[in-house]
Design a protein around this ligand. Structure first.
Ligand SMILES: Cc1cc2nc3c(=O)[nH]c(=O)nc-3n(C[C@H](O)[C@H](O)[C@H](O)COP(=O)(O)OP(=O)(O)OC[C@H]3O[C@@H](n4cnc5c(N)ncnc54)[C@H](O)[C@@H]3O)c2cc1C
Length: 380
Protein backbone atom coordinates (compact mmCIF):
# COMPACT_ATOMS: atom_id res chain seq x y z
CA UNK A 1 0.00 0.00 0.00
CA UNK A 2 1.32 3.41 -0.96
CA UNK A 3 -0.27 5.88 1.46
CA UNK A 4 0.81 9.09 -0.28
CA UNK A 5 2.16 8.70 -3.81
CA UNK A 6 3.76 12.17 -3.92
CA UNK A 7 5.60 11.61 -0.63
CA UNK A 8 6.74 8.19 -1.86
CA UNK A 9 8.02 9.64 -5.14
CA UNK A 10 10.00 12.23 -3.17
CA UNK A 11 11.46 9.43 -1.01
CA UNK A 12 12.41 7.38 -4.08
CA UNK A 13 14.00 10.41 -5.76
CA UNK A 14 16.02 11.09 -2.60
CA UNK A 15 17.14 7.45 -2.55
CA UNK A 16 18.15 7.54 -6.21
CA UNK A 17 20.23 10.67 -5.60
CA UNK A 18 21.87 8.97 -2.62
CA UNK A 19 22.63 5.89 -4.73
CA UNK A 20 24.04 7.81 -7.68
CA UNK A 21 25.86 10.63 -5.90
CA UNK A 22 27.07 8.99 -2.68
CA UNK A 23 26.84 5.20 -2.59
CA UNK A 24 27.95 4.03 -6.05
CA UNK A 25 30.91 6.48 -6.15
CA UNK A 26 32.11 5.06 -2.78
CA UNK A 27 31.77 1.37 -3.74
CA UNK A 28 35.35 0.78 -4.92
CA UNK A 29 36.84 2.44 -1.82
CA UNK A 30 34.47 0.54 0.49
CA UNK A 31 35.43 -2.75 -1.14
CA UNK A 32 39.17 -2.02 -1.12
CA UNK A 33 39.39 -0.76 2.46
CA UNK A 34 36.66 -2.97 4.00
CA UNK A 35 35.27 0.19 5.61
CA UNK A 36 32.21 2.27 4.78
CA UNK A 37 33.51 5.87 4.66
CA UNK A 38 32.27 8.03 7.55
CA UNK A 39 30.65 10.48 5.13
CA UNK A 40 28.59 7.69 3.60
CA UNK A 41 27.41 6.49 7.01
CA UNK A 42 26.44 10.06 7.86
CA UNK A 43 24.42 10.31 4.62
CA UNK A 44 22.64 7.01 5.39
CA UNK A 45 21.80 8.30 8.87
CA UNK A 46 20.58 11.61 7.53
CA UNK A 47 18.28 9.79 5.11
CA UNK A 48 16.72 7.97 8.08
CA UNK A 49 17.62 4.59 6.64
CA UNK A 50 18.70 3.04 9.94
CA UNK A 51 15.03 3.17 10.81
CA UNK A 52 13.77 1.83 7.48
CA UNK A 53 11.68 -0.95 9.09
CA UNK A 54 10.91 0.82 12.38
CA UNK A 55 7.50 2.50 12.96
CA UNK A 56 7.30 6.29 13.17
CA UNK A 57 6.25 6.07 16.83
CA UNK A 58 9.78 4.85 17.59
CA UNK A 59 11.52 7.35 15.32
CA UNK A 60 11.71 5.19 12.20
CA UNK A 61 10.43 5.83 8.68
CA UNK A 62 7.18 3.96 9.40
CA UNK A 63 6.81 2.58 5.90
CA UNK A 64 4.27 0.10 4.63
CA UNK A 65 5.79 -3.05 3.13
CA UNK A 66 5.10 -1.86 -0.41
CA UNK A 67 6.76 1.50 0.31
CA UNK A 68 9.75 -0.31 1.82
CA UNK A 69 9.97 -2.71 -1.13
CA UNK A 70 9.91 0.17 -3.64
CA UNK A 71 12.62 1.92 -1.65
CA UNK A 72 14.78 -1.21 -1.54
CA UNK A 73 14.43 -1.63 -5.31
CA UNK A 74 16.18 1.73 -5.61
CA UNK A 75 18.67 1.30 -2.76
CA UNK A 76 19.49 -2.22 -4.00
CA UNK A 77 21.19 -0.61 -6.97
CA UNK A 78 24.13 0.24 -4.73
CA UNK A 79 26.43 -2.36 -3.18
CA UNK A 80 24.42 -4.42 -0.67
CA UNK A 81 27.07 -3.83 1.99
CA UNK A 82 25.47 -0.43 2.68
CA UNK A 83 22.15 -2.10 3.37
CA UNK A 84 23.78 -4.45 5.86
CA UNK A 85 25.03 -1.44 7.76
CA UNK A 86 21.68 0.34 8.07
CA UNK A 87 18.93 -2.23 7.60
CA UNK A 88 20.18 -4.89 9.99
CA UNK A 89 19.42 -2.42 12.76
CA UNK A 90 15.79 -2.44 11.87
CA UNK A 91 15.84 -6.08 10.71
CA UNK A 92 16.04 -9.05 13.09
CA UNK A 93 16.95 -7.14 16.26
CA UNK A 94 14.34 -4.40 15.91
CA UNK A 95 11.63 -6.81 14.79
CA UNK A 96 12.04 -8.82 18.01
CA UNK A 97 11.82 -5.64 20.11
CA UNK A 98 8.74 -4.60 18.14
CA UNK A 99 7.03 -7.97 18.43
CA UNK A 100 7.67 -8.86 22.06
CA UNK A 101 9.49 -5.95 23.75
CA UNK A 102 7.85 -4.04 26.59
CA UNK A 103 7.24 -0.30 26.08
CA UNK A 104 10.25 0.32 28.36
CA UNK A 105 12.52 -1.97 26.31
CA UNK A 106 11.29 -0.45 23.06
CA UNK A 107 11.76 3.08 24.39
CA UNK A 108 15.26 2.31 25.62
CA UNK A 109 16.57 0.94 22.33
CA UNK A 110 14.43 1.64 19.27
CA UNK A 111 14.73 5.45 18.89
CA UNK A 112 18.56 5.30 19.03
CA UNK A 113 18.53 2.41 16.56
CA UNK A 114 16.24 4.32 14.20
CA UNK A 115 18.60 7.32 14.30
CA UNK A 116 21.59 5.06 13.59
CA UNK A 117 23.22 6.00 16.87
CA UNK A 118 22.76 2.57 18.43
CA UNK A 119 23.88 -0.36 16.27
CA UNK A 120 22.02 -3.56 17.11
CA UNK A 121 23.13 -7.05 16.15
CA UNK A 122 21.09 -10.22 15.83
CA UNK A 123 22.75 -13.21 17.49
CA UNK A 124 21.05 -16.48 16.60
CA UNK A 125 23.57 -18.69 14.74
CA UNK A 126 26.19 -20.81 16.44
CA UNK A 127 28.95 -23.09 15.16
CA UNK A 128 26.65 -26.13 15.41
CA UNK A 129 23.34 -24.34 14.87
CA UNK A 130 22.87 -22.63 11.49
CA UNK A 131 19.82 -23.68 9.47
CA UNK A 132 18.83 -25.74 12.51
CA UNK A 133 18.68 -22.68 14.78
CA UNK A 134 16.50 -24.54 17.27
CA UNK A 135 19.49 -26.66 18.29
CA UNK A 136 21.46 -23.69 19.66
CA UNK A 137 23.39 -24.30 22.87
CA UNK A 138 24.19 -20.85 24.30
CA UNK A 139 22.91 -21.19 27.87
CA UNK A 140 20.72 -18.78 29.84
CA UNK A 141 20.55 -19.59 33.54
CA UNK A 142 17.95 -18.01 35.79
CA UNK A 143 19.39 -16.51 38.99
CA UNK A 144 17.52 -16.43 42.33
CA UNK A 145 17.06 -12.65 41.98
CA UNK A 146 15.29 -13.09 38.63
CA UNK A 147 18.35 -12.06 36.64
CA UNK A 148 20.05 -14.22 33.99
CA UNK A 149 23.56 -15.45 33.23
CA UNK A 150 24.49 -16.13 29.60
CA UNK A 151 27.26 -18.51 28.52
CA UNK A 152 28.13 -19.52 24.97
CA UNK A 153 29.47 -18.37 21.62
CA UNK A 154 27.46 -16.80 18.80
CA UNK A 155 28.71 -17.16 15.25
CA UNK A 156 29.00 -14.70 12.37
CA UNK A 157 27.25 -11.77 13.97
CA UNK A 158 26.86 -9.00 11.39
CA UNK A 159 28.00 -5.58 12.68
CA UNK A 160 29.35 -7.22 15.86
CA UNK A 161 32.33 -4.83 16.22
CA UNK A 162 30.07 -1.77 15.92
CA UNK A 163 27.14 -3.07 17.98
CA UNK A 164 25.97 -1.49 21.23
CA UNK A 165 23.02 -3.89 21.59
CA UNK A 166 23.11 -7.64 21.05
CA UNK A 167 19.78 -9.43 20.74
CA UNK A 168 20.79 -12.93 21.80
CA UNK A 169 18.79 -16.14 21.54
CA UNK A 170 19.81 -18.57 24.29
CA UNK A 171 18.59 -21.86 25.77
CA UNK A 172 16.77 -21.11 29.02
CA UNK A 173 15.57 -24.67 29.56
CA UNK A 174 15.89 -28.08 27.93
CA UNK A 175 13.15 -27.38 25.41
CA UNK A 176 12.99 -23.59 25.47
CA UNK A 177 14.84 -20.72 23.85
CA UNK A 178 14.50 -17.16 25.08
CA UNK A 179 15.60 -13.81 23.65
CA UNK A 180 17.70 -11.31 25.59
CA UNK A 181 18.78 -7.70 25.12
CA UNK A 182 22.47 -7.64 25.99
CA UNK A 183 24.39 -4.36 26.10
CA UNK A 184 27.60 -5.05 24.16
CA UNK A 185 29.58 -3.37 26.94
CA UNK A 186 28.38 -5.86 29.59
CA UNK A 187 31.11 -7.67 31.51
CA UNK A 188 31.90 -11.00 29.89
CA UNK A 189 31.02 -10.01 26.30
CA UNK A 190 33.98 -10.53 23.99
CA UNK A 191 33.78 -9.67 20.28
CA UNK A 192 36.34 -11.77 18.39
CA UNK A 193 38.22 -10.31 15.42
CA UNK A 194 36.06 -9.90 12.31
CA UNK A 195 36.62 -12.62 9.71
CA UNK A 196 37.48 -11.79 6.11
CA UNK A 197 34.69 -12.60 3.67
CA UNK A 198 34.16 -13.13 -0.05
CA UNK A 199 32.05 -10.00 -0.48
CA UNK A 200 30.06 -7.35 1.38
CA UNK A 201 33.29 -5.63 2.28
CA UNK A 202 32.65 -2.74 4.63
CA UNK A 203 30.40 -4.92 6.78
CA UNK A 204 32.11 -6.66 9.65
CA UNK A 205 31.03 -10.12 10.77
CA UNK A 206 32.49 -11.66 13.92
CA UNK A 207 31.86 -14.31 16.54
CA UNK A 208 30.85 -13.17 20.01
CA UNK A 209 31.81 -15.01 23.18
CA UNK A 210 29.51 -14.62 26.17
CA UNK A 211 31.28 -15.64 29.34
CA UNK A 212 29.17 -15.53 32.51
CA UNK A 213 27.35 -12.42 31.27
CA UNK A 214 25.05 -11.24 34.09
CA UNK A 215 21.83 -9.57 33.05
CA UNK A 216 18.99 -7.97 35.02
CA UNK A 217 15.48 -9.54 34.84
CA UNK A 218 14.32 -6.92 32.32
CA UNK A 219 16.90 -8.13 29.76
CA UNK A 220 14.47 -10.94 28.85
CA UNK A 221 12.59 -10.03 25.66
CA UNK A 222 9.08 -11.40 25.54
CA UNK A 223 7.94 -14.44 27.46
CA UNK A 224 10.45 -17.01 28.69
CA UNK A 225 10.65 -19.72 26.02
CA UNK A 226 9.32 -17.44 23.29
CA UNK A 227 12.72 -16.53 21.84
CA UNK A 228 12.68 -18.60 18.68
CA UNK A 229 9.11 -17.61 17.87
CA UNK A 230 10.07 -13.97 18.38
CA UNK A 231 13.14 -14.39 16.15
CA UNK A 232 11.02 -15.89 13.39
CA UNK A 233 8.11 -13.43 13.76
CA UNK A 234 9.64 -10.74 11.59
CA UNK A 235 11.07 -13.14 9.04
CA UNK A 236 8.47 -12.64 6.31
CA UNK A 237 9.17 -8.89 6.38
CA UNK A 238 12.93 -9.46 6.26
CA UNK A 239 12.54 -11.90 3.36
CA UNK A 240 10.43 -9.51 1.28
CA UNK A 241 12.90 -6.72 2.05
CA UNK A 242 15.75 -8.95 0.81
CA UNK A 243 13.79 -9.96 -2.29
CA UNK A 244 13.35 -6.29 -3.23
CA UNK A 245 17.01 -5.58 -2.49
CA UNK A 246 18.14 -8.43 -4.75
CA UNK A 247 15.77 -7.35 -7.53
CA UNK A 248 17.30 -3.85 -7.34
CA UNK A 249 20.83 -5.24 -7.50
CA UNK A 250 19.86 -7.41 -10.47
CA UNK A 251 18.50 -4.32 -12.27
CA UNK A 252 21.76 -2.45 -11.60
CA UNK A 253 23.73 -5.40 -13.01
CA UNK A 254 21.60 -5.49 -16.15
CA UNK A 255 22.36 -1.81 -16.70
CA UNK A 256 26.08 -2.41 -16.14
CA UNK A 257 25.91 -5.22 -18.71
CA UNK A 258 24.02 -3.14 -21.27
CA UNK A 259 26.46 -0.24 -20.86
CA UNK A 260 29.44 -2.52 -21.40
CA UNK A 261 27.83 -4.32 -24.34
CA UNK A 262 27.09 -0.98 -26.03
CA UNK A 263 30.59 0.38 -25.48
CA UNK A 264 32.74 -2.60 -26.44
CA UNK A 265 33.10 -3.82 -30.00
CA UNK A 266 34.35 -7.21 -31.17
CA UNK A 267 34.30 -8.62 -34.72
CA UNK A 268 33.31 -5.15 -35.93
CA UNK A 269 30.07 -5.02 -33.92
CA UNK A 270 28.96 -3.86 -30.53
CA UNK A 271 28.76 -6.80 -28.12
CA UNK A 272 24.97 -6.64 -27.82
CA UNK A 273 24.69 -7.01 -31.59
CA UNK A 274 25.94 -10.56 -31.14
CA UNK A 275 22.83 -12.61 -30.50
CA UNK A 276 24.43 -14.75 -27.80
CA UNK A 277 25.33 -11.65 -25.76
CA UNK A 278 21.87 -10.13 -26.32
CA UNK A 279 20.39 -13.37 -24.96
CA UNK A 280 22.48 -13.07 -21.78
CA UNK A 281 21.09 -9.56 -21.32
CA UNK A 282 17.52 -10.57 -22.18
CA UNK A 283 17.49 -13.47 -19.72
CA UNK A 284 18.95 -11.22 -17.04
CA UNK A 285 16.40 -8.47 -17.65
CA UNK A 286 13.62 -11.08 -17.41
CA UNK A 287 14.96 -12.47 -14.12
CA UNK A 288 15.24 -8.95 -12.67
CA UNK A 289 11.73 -8.04 -13.80
CA UNK A 290 10.20 -11.22 -12.39
CA UNK A 291 11.94 -10.68 -9.04
CA UNK A 292 10.66 -7.07 -8.95
CA UNK A 293 7.08 -8.12 -9.72
CA UNK A 294 7.09 -10.84 -7.08
CA UNK A 295 8.53 -8.58 -4.38
CA UNK A 296 6.01 -5.80 -5.04
CA UNK A 297 2.96 -8.05 -5.40
CA UNK A 298 3.75 -9.92 -2.19
CA UNK A 299 4.56 -6.68 -0.35
CA UNK A 300 1.06 -5.46 -1.23
CA UNK A 301 -0.34 -8.77 -0.01
CA UNK A 302 1.49 -8.38 3.30
CA UNK A 303 0.08 -4.87 3.69
CA UNK A 304 -3.41 -6.38 3.27
CA UNK A 305 -2.59 -8.94 5.99
CA UNK A 306 -2.87 -11.81 3.50
CA UNK A 307 0.75 -12.91 3.10
CA UNK A 308 1.70 -16.42 4.22
CA UNK A 309 5.19 -17.64 5.10
CA UNK A 310 5.50 -19.79 1.96
CA UNK A 311 5.02 -16.73 -0.24
CA UNK A 312 7.70 -14.66 1.52
CA UNK A 313 10.02 -17.66 1.23
CA UNK A 314 9.22 -17.97 -2.49
CA UNK A 315 10.00 -14.28 -3.09
CA UNK A 316 13.31 -14.60 -1.23
CA UNK A 317 14.21 -17.85 -3.00
CA UNK A 318 13.40 -16.54 -6.46
CA UNK A 319 15.06 -13.13 -6.08
CA UNK A 320 18.28 -14.43 -4.54
CA UNK A 321 18.64 -17.24 -7.08
CA UNK A 322 17.73 -14.84 -9.91
CA UNK A 323 20.36 -12.39 -8.70
CA UNK A 324 22.91 -15.22 -8.71
CA UNK A 325 22.07 -16.04 -12.34
CA UNK A 326 22.13 -12.38 -13.36
CA UNK A 327 25.47 -11.72 -11.64
CA UNK A 328 26.99 -14.71 -13.41
CA UNK A 329 25.68 -13.71 -16.85
CA UNK A 330 26.67 -10.06 -16.52
CA UNK A 331 30.17 -11.01 -15.47
CA UNK A 332 30.26 -13.15 -18.64
CA UNK A 333 29.15 -10.15 -20.72
CA UNK A 334 32.14 -8.24 -19.32
CA UNK A 335 34.57 -10.99 -20.38
CA UNK A 336 38.03 -10.75 -18.78
CA UNK A 337 37.26 -7.30 -17.42
CA UNK A 338 34.50 -8.85 -15.33
CA UNK A 339 36.90 -11.24 -13.68
CA UNK A 340 39.43 -8.57 -12.71
CA UNK A 341 39.23 -6.74 -9.41
CA UNK A 342 37.73 -3.29 -9.63
CA UNK A 343 34.76 -3.77 -11.94
CA UNK A 344 31.24 -3.45 -10.53
CA UNK A 345 30.39 -6.80 -12.15
CA UNK A 346 33.15 -8.51 -10.15
CA UNK A 347 32.23 -6.83 -6.86
CA UNK A 348 28.50 -7.46 -7.15
CA UNK A 349 29.11 -11.08 -8.22
CA UNK A 350 30.91 -11.66 -4.90
CA UNK A 351 28.26 -9.74 -2.95
CA UNK A 352 25.33 -11.54 -4.58
CA UNK A 353 26.47 -14.98 -3.47
CA UNK A 354 25.64 -14.30 0.17
CA UNK A 355 21.90 -13.90 -0.25
CA UNK A 356 21.27 -17.55 -1.11
CA UNK A 357 22.70 -18.39 2.33
CA UNK A 358 21.54 -15.59 4.63
CA UNK A 359 18.19 -15.44 6.46
CA UNK A 360 17.41 -19.02 5.50
CA UNK A 361 19.32 -20.79 2.74
CA UNK A 362 17.61 -21.57 -0.57
CA UNK A 363 17.18 -25.16 0.58
CA UNK A 364 15.43 -24.00 3.76
CA UNK A 365 13.14 -21.69 1.71
CA UNK A 366 12.21 -24.67 -0.46
CA UNK A 367 11.22 -26.64 2.65
CA UNK A 368 8.93 -23.76 3.74
CA UNK A 369 7.47 -23.40 0.24
CA UNK A 370 6.92 -27.14 -0.18
CA UNK A 371 5.12 -27.33 3.17
CA UNK A 372 2.89 -24.40 2.20
CA UNK A 373 2.15 -25.73 -1.28
CA UNK A 374 1.43 -29.21 0.03
CA UNK A 375 -0.86 -27.89 2.77
CA UNK A 376 -2.83 -25.77 0.34
CA UNK A 377 -2.80 -28.33 -2.41
CA UNK A 378 -2.42 -25.40 -4.82
CA UNK A 379 -0.54 -22.12 -4.96
CA UNK A 380 -3.13 -20.28 -7.05
C1 LIG B 1 28.23 -12.97 5.97
C2 LIG B 1 27.32 -13.65 6.93
C3 LIG B 1 26.62 -12.90 7.85
C4 LIG B 1 25.79 -13.53 8.80
N1 LIG B 1 25.15 -12.76 9.74
C5 LIG B 1 24.43 -13.38 10.72
C6 LIG B 1 23.85 -12.62 11.79
O1 LIG B 1 23.93 -11.38 11.83
N2 LIG B 1 23.21 -13.29 12.78
C7 LIG B 1 23.08 -14.66 12.77
O2 LIG B 1 22.48 -15.21 13.69
N3 LIG B 1 23.61 -15.40 11.76
C8 LIG B 1 24.28 -14.81 10.74
N4 LIG B 1 24.85 -15.55 9.73
C9 LIG B 1 24.68 -17.00 9.74
C10 LIG B 1 23.67 -17.45 8.68
O3 LIG B 1 22.38 -17.15 9.12
C11 LIG B 1 23.91 -18.96 8.45
O4 LIG B 1 25.11 -19.07 7.71
C12 LIG B 1 22.77 -19.62 7.72
O5 LIG B 1 21.63 -19.68 8.54
C13 LIG B 1 23.12 -21.05 7.27
O6 LIG B 1 23.63 -21.80 8.34
P1 LIG B 1 25.03 -22.56 8.18
O7 LIG B 1 26.02 -21.61 7.59
O8 LIG B 1 25.38 -23.15 9.49
O9 LIG B 1 24.80 -23.67 7.12
P2 LIG B 1 24.20 -25.13 7.40
O10 LIG B 1 22.93 -25.02 8.16
O11 LIG B 1 25.26 -26.00 7.94
O12 LIG B 1 23.86 -25.60 5.93
C14 LIG B 1 24.84 -26.09 5.03
C15 LIG B 1 24.13 -26.57 3.76
O13 LIG B 1 23.19 -27.60 4.09
C16 LIG B 1 21.89 -27.23 3.68
N5 LIG B 1 20.89 -27.73 4.63
C17 LIG B 1 20.86 -27.59 5.99
N6 LIG B 1 19.77 -28.15 6.50
C18 LIG B 1 19.06 -28.65 5.46
C19 LIG B 1 17.83 -29.35 5.34
N7 LIG B 1 17.06 -29.62 6.40
N8 LIG B 1 17.42 -29.72 4.11
C20 LIG B 1 18.15 -29.43 3.01
N9 LIG B 1 19.33 -28.75 3.06
C21 LIG B 1 19.78 -28.37 4.27
C22 LIG B 1 21.91 -25.71 3.64
O14 LIG B 1 20.91 -25.20 2.79
C23 LIG B 1 23.31 -25.45 3.10
O15 LIG B 1 23.34 -25.61 1.72
C24 LIG B 1 25.66 -14.94 8.79
C25 LIG B 1 26.34 -15.69 7.81
C26 LIG B 1 27.16 -15.06 6.92
C27 LIG B 1 27.91 -15.91 5.91
Amino acid sequence: MIRDRAAQEARLAMAMRLVQEVLIPAEAETDATDEVPAGVLAALREAGLFGISIPEAHGGLGLTMEEEAELMLVLGRAAPAYRSRYALNSGGAAQILLHVGTPAQQGRWLPGMARGEVVAAFCLSEAEAGSDAGSLQCAATLEPDGGWVLDGTKRWVTNAPEAALLVVMARSGEAEISAFAVPAGATGVEVLPAQRKMGLRGVHVADIRLHQVRLPPDALLGPRGGGLRAALAGLDKVRLHLAALCAGTAERLVEEGVRHAERRRQFGKRLHEHQAVAALLADSATDALAARCMALELARKRDRGELVAGEAAAAKLFATEALGRVADRILQVHGGEGYMEGSAAERLYRDARLFRILDGTSEVQRIVIARWAVLRGTIA
